[in-house]
Design a protein around this ligand. Structure first.
Ligand SMILES: C[C@H](O)[C@H](O)[C@H]1CNC2=NC(N)=NC(=O)C2=N1
Length: 93
């Protein structure tokens, strides 16, 4: 199982991410799209990197807005897996 990051480690990795916030045990970022169809099309792009990493975001969808929440449920907080997947998600079109 991935190990929990210390506050210092979280700060270091967080400073390399753009657009995300740390809220409690979660990394969180919201994207806005033209409409619901575009939002869902983008959500579908999350499937491949998430499955490849065996790590899965919690996703909130509200019409054209998608909020992605990342945490490592098994570890009870943020691990390297969350930051790695956040970087990959940020690089999607
Ligand atoms: C066995 C399997 O790899 C685990 O249950 C994985 C699956 N996806 C997961 N995703 C997230 N976000 N946190 C986890 O702890 C987690 N655990």
């Amino acid at each position: 199982m991935a190990s929990l990051l210390s506050d210092t480690e979280i700060q270091k990795r967080f400073s390399q991410l753009s657009g995300w916030t740390v809220e409690g045990n979660q990394l969180r970022c919201t994207w806005e799209f033209k409409d619901f169809i575009a939002a869902i099309a983008w959500v579908n792009k999350l499937v491949e990197p998430s499955e490849a990493a065996a790590h899965h975001p919690d996703i909130e969808i509200s019409y054209n807005k998608v909020t992605v929440n990342l945490t490592t449920h098994d570890a009870g907080g943020l691990t390297e897996k969350d930051f790695a997947l956040a970087q990959q998600i940020s690089q999607l079109d």
